[in-house]
Design a protein around this ligand. Structure first.
Ligand code: MOS
Length: 730
């Protein structure tokens, strides 16, 4: 089904099941430990051996010599995979550095060997006996030191063009009555999802099955085939349950490749999980940024010039952190410029992490807006309302937003949070030892859509079955897909079975860039329309006049049950949603307003978030319960980026020092006492037949800036270098 004109009234609009809060249908299996994760496929791959990854001890250089003899002789060892015996490996589309290094080494902890043994303990012990001599070639590890060497990256990629320019930015900025010109910096971030990268691999002849924790099944099948040099048809990927991804599992990574190579070498299934301490350096991370923002406004805060430059680094062949993305679309201003510059760094591979671009771009832009509000003497909520724009400000009025309710979010959020109690002047409010302040920030995240397929059937019992390779990374995909199928087929939620995350199912949009919910349910919508047509035809009714409800197909005063029509064989249909150019004709994005109240200890500068609240507009909210969970989780992650998250770089040797959960700090429940989420009603008929948009990443976007602005309001101390730790406040 092609989606190239705005959606009219359709079966989803009935809203019997879609749009209602439902518990996750996979929840019980998850919390009772019966949902099989990739490392736990004892059922599917019995007799699996265990692999332990050995990572490079240098950041950049070469393997001079490898001595495996002691490891090979250790108890239980079955084999050792290295570059010398793995055979020729291709390079996948999605990886910057080879997943199995050697003899060339591209980054610290790049995999250089997999030791396989009969037990996990034996594999880990033997791995310590692998002797490797390296010649180290040094490298560049310090973004600030390389800033001047950064270059304009190639066109394309997730961020589109690296640079944009409209009007005369320099001239308008020079003439502006009120100016902000500041530099901000954000550190490298680790995804820190609960389930590590983990895979079980088994070969049957030349056919490979990989049970792996992966967000994007079709991308990864392609890259497995490319890397191993085998046909895609010989690769089956199974990823029904994923313990968090945040972008870390968008791609084929070393655990899956090494499991496949190991299983081939030892002739039995092999499972590989990265230990927590291996994740930050072996896998990907969100790259650090340096950002310069210039805003020129009139004395009432109306923006005439806005500029955002971003510097980040990556391995050769990598891409930039596109942190100026939101500045292209968020606020008015006739004169504009954005630019991304990319430095070569020999740190581990940078890549997407939840809301790549906006998550750290807004940490800078929304503090700059707070600074502008103060400079103009305009309330920060009012400042954002004054600078709202209902069309793409780079393209002009001919490209309106498909829907945009930033102003509504600001007003409703401010009212609900009690923003009118905020003192404009910083440092005015005390609560015992605590200096108290409030901050606000806009939330903005692009709305992306992608082609998505599904197969849907009904069986002789009237059970509706949906199959798609869509993944559920903890987001609620199972549930919203079941809701969509139930709505479309007129059956209760319990009458729907959803099967996900298997490359044998139709290719979906997958889970990434907050495109998954809207795109994958639209794919189910398309398949369900096809099934409705088949059922109507079999019943002898006109599909346009037939009603699907209560397990029946009705036409005038006649009806038949879906179960009877399905018969013993069942009836199946398959289709996909394909998106035309509506996302080019209309700017599509999601919006919100974050509010935060903090307390800062007068003596120790300890920062405590007292409450967070937000209002969000993201199209039809398919399931208010799982959507709220997405938003509060993302707000929490935003609070982490404001207050504590940082991968500390050893700039001498080129690795992330704090590579475990004891030292890479993320917020816990006790850090976030109260979170309130309000969804503003919105249907976006240009986004998809679901009239939904993404919501999984919106909540992180701007949340950290609201925290930073609240700290300023509490203390009068403006910090532009994240995270905002005590040492910077004292
Ligand atoms: Mo997302 S960072 O595309 O999982």
């Amino acid at each position: 089904m092609k989606f190239d004109t705005p959606a009219g009234l359709n079966p989803i609009d009935k809203g019997r099941v879609v749009g209602k809060a439902h518990d996750r249908i996979d929840g019980a299996a998850k919390v009772t430990g019966t949902a099989p994760y990739a490392y736990e496929r004892h059922d599917a791959a019995p007799n699996a051996a265990y692999g332990w990854m050995v990572g490079s001890g240098v950041a950049r250089g070469r393997i001079a010599a490898m001595d495996l003899r002691a490891a090979e002789a250790a108890p239980g060892v079955l084999g050792i995979v290295t570059h010398a015996n793995a055979g020729k490996l291709g390079k996948g589309n999605m990886n910057t550095a080879p997943l199995l290094g050697g003899p060339q080494i591209d980054h610290y902890d790049q995999a250089v060997a997999l030791v396989i043994a009969d037990t996990f303990e034996n594999a880990r012990d033997a791995a310590k006996l692998v002797r490797i001599d390296y010649t180290s070639e040094g490298g560049k590890f310090d973004l600030a030191a390389e800033q001047a060497n950064a270059v304009k990256p190639p066109e394309g990629g997730f961020g589109g063009s690296p640079d944009t320019a409209v009007g005369d930015f320099d001239g308008a900025f020079a003439k502006a009555a009120v100016k902000v010109d500041q530099n901000y910096s954000t550190p490298d971030h680790s995804h820190a999802m609960l389930e590590p990268h983990a895979s079980t691999a088994a070969w049957n002849g030349d056919k490979l099955t990989l049970w792996t924790s992966n967000q994007m099944i079709a991308w990864t099948v392609g890259d497995v085939a490319k890397t191993l040099g085998i046909p895609k048809a010989n690769v089956r990927l199974v990823s029904p349950y994923i313990g968090g991804g945040f972008g870390a599992k968008l791609f084929l990574r070393a655990d899956a490749l090494l499991a496949a190579l190991g299983a081939r070498q030892v002739g039995r299934p092999v499972k590989v999980a990265l230990a927590r301490h291996q994740i930050p350096n072996n896998t990907t991370h969100r790259p650090a940024t340096i950002q310069r923002i210039r805003i020129g406004a009139d004395k009432d805060g109306v923006i005439d010039a806005i500029g955002h430059e971003v510097w980040s680094g990556d391995l050769p062949g990598g891409g930039p952190e596109t942190a100026a993305q939101q500045t292209r679309l968020l606020y008015r201003g006739a004169n504009r410029m954005t630019a991304h510059r990319l430095a070569t760094l020999n740190l581990p591979e940078g890549n997407a992490m939840r809301a790549p671009g906006e998550a750290v771009g807004l940490l800078a832009l929304e503090v700059a807006m707070d600074e502008l509000a103060e400079a103009c003497g305009v309330d920060p909520v009012e400042l954002r309302i004054r600078n709202d724009v209902q069309y793409d400000p780079e393209a002009g009025t001919q490209r309106p937003f498909s829907s945009r309710k930033l102003v509504e979010c600001m007003r409703a959020g401010a009212e609900r949070f009690g923003w009118n109690k905020r003192q404009e002047k910083p440092g005015q409010v005390r609560d015992g030892r605590w200096m108290v302040g409030m901050g606000v920030a806009s939330a903005f995240r692009n709305n992306l859509v992608g082609k998505s397929g599904a197969r849907i059937g009904v069986d002789a019992k009237g059970q509706v079955i949906v199959e798609t390779d869509m993944t559920d990374i903890g987001t609620g995909s199972y549930t919203i897909i079941a809701q969509t199928a139930a709505e479309m087929m007129g059956v209760p939620l319990e009458a729907v079975t959803v099967r996900l995350g298997d490359s044998r199912f139709p290719v979906s949009a997958g889970s990434g860039g907050q495109w998954g919910a809207n795109s994958s349910t639209a794919g189910v919508y398309a398949a369900a329309m096809a099934l409705r047509a088949k059922l109507a035809e079999k019943a002898g009714y006109s599909v346009d006049q037939a009603e699907f409800e209560e397990g029946l197909i009705r036409h005038e005063n006649k009806s038949q049950t879906l179960a009877a029509l399905a018969g013993r064989e069942g009836i199946w249909a398959e289709d996909s949603i394909e998106f035309g150019d509506l996302d080019k004709r209309y700017a599509q994005a999601t919006f919100g307003a974050h509010f935060c109240e903090v307390g800062v200890d007068m003596d120790t500068a300890e920062v405590r978030i007292r409450r967070m609240g937000g209002a969000f507009a993201a199209g039809r909210i398919l399931n208010p319960k799982s959507a709220r969970s997405q938003v509060i989780g993302a707000m929490t992650m935003g609070a982490g980026s404001a207050l504590m998250e940082t991968l500390d770089v050893d700039t001498r040797f080129g690795f992330f020092v704090n590579h475990d959960m004891a030292e890479y700090l993320v917020p816990v429940h006790a850090d976030i006492p109260e979170q309130d989420v309000l969804f503003i009603e919105e249907l976006d008929d240009k986004s998809s037949p679901m009239k939904a948009k993404g919501v999984g990443e919106l909540g992180i976007c701007g949340a950290g800036a609201a925290v930073a602005n609240a700290i300023y309001n509490a203390t009068g101390i403006r910090i532009r270098d994240y995270p905002l730790t005590i040492d910077k406040l004292l």
